[in-house]
Design a protein around this ligand. Structure first.
Ligand SMILES: [Zn+2]
Length: 246
């Protein structure tokens, strides 16, 4: 269908507990998510690059919601392609930004969580974004009061406070940058992780969760056998850091 390639949203979940869309910030390369409760309250999950604010507003319009209905902004981690428009959208909606407590300081400072290896040689401005006010500091296992319950799963490594999210009612997993799906399931860029070995180790948490649909912040969702696909990837990439652990 003409125009579909540029559609701002892709429907993921339509349920009695709420509706969820993927927000396409930059094709399928950079995604956020929009969750709408049955009462009309909207939660934004990741808001793309600094220039993505108009795109998020376009997505809101496309689903028939207004910026004034946004009651929550949640970030999976402190990187400029996820938190870039957080300050602008926080201003626009009057909502602070919720992020895991281990990434909160980076959001307040407008700087990315530490990178590693050769990426440390890049100028800091490459990674910076507009500082935003943090509201709630999230913790592992927390159930957010969003669409009947959105589970916070701490998946550190890509950043210290990186989280994945599970909408348990609809069995949707949002991986964040713990795993990409750009040309099949894969790792995020090694040097853009604070600790790549921890990224690899922690990704195995995602293989143990229950879900029937896996959505990614980089790449399209997996609708067919996502758990099997992710587990197959993880089997091919066993974590070398795990040795007889739990
Ligand atoms: Zn990232």
């Amino acid at each position: 269908m003409p125009g579909m390639a540029r559609a701002p949203v892709v429907p993921l979940v339509e349920s009695r507990s709420g509706n969820i869309w993927r927000v396409r910030m930059l094709g399928d390369y950079v995604n956020g998510f929009l969750v709408r409760d049955p009462d009309g309250q909207v939660t934004l999950i990741d808001v793309g690059l600094r220039r993505s604010a108009p795109r998020v507003l376009e997505a809101l319009g496309a689903v028939g919601s207004a910026p004034s209905q946004v009651t929550r902004i949640v970030l999976t981690h402190a990187h400029a392609d996820h938190a870039g428009a957080a300050a602008a959208l926080s201003d626009r909606t009057g909502r602070d930004v919720d992020v895991h407590r281990a990434d909160a300081a980076y959001i307040r400072a407008g700087e990315a969580a530490p990178v590693s290896g050769v990426a440390r040689l890049l100028p800091r401005r490459v990674f910076s974004f507009a500082a935003a006010t943090v509201g709630e500091e999230l913790v592992d296992g927390q159930l957010l009061d969003v669409a009947g319950g959105l589970r916070v799963v701490h998946t550190p490594g890509h950043s210290p406070g990186h989280i994945s999210l599970v909408h348990e009612d609809s069995r949707l997993l949002i991986t964040g940058d713990a795993l990409f799906n750009m040309r099949g399931v894969g790792w995020p860029g090694k040097y853009f992780c604070t600790d790549f070995r921890l990224t690899q180790r922690t990704a195995h948490v995602l293989g143990e969760l229950d879900y029937d649909l896996a959505a990614f912040t980089h790449g399209p969702e997996l609708r067919e056998r996502p758990r099997e696909t992710i587990r197959a990837f993880l089997r091919r990439h066993p974590s070398t850091a795990v040795s007889g652990g739990t």
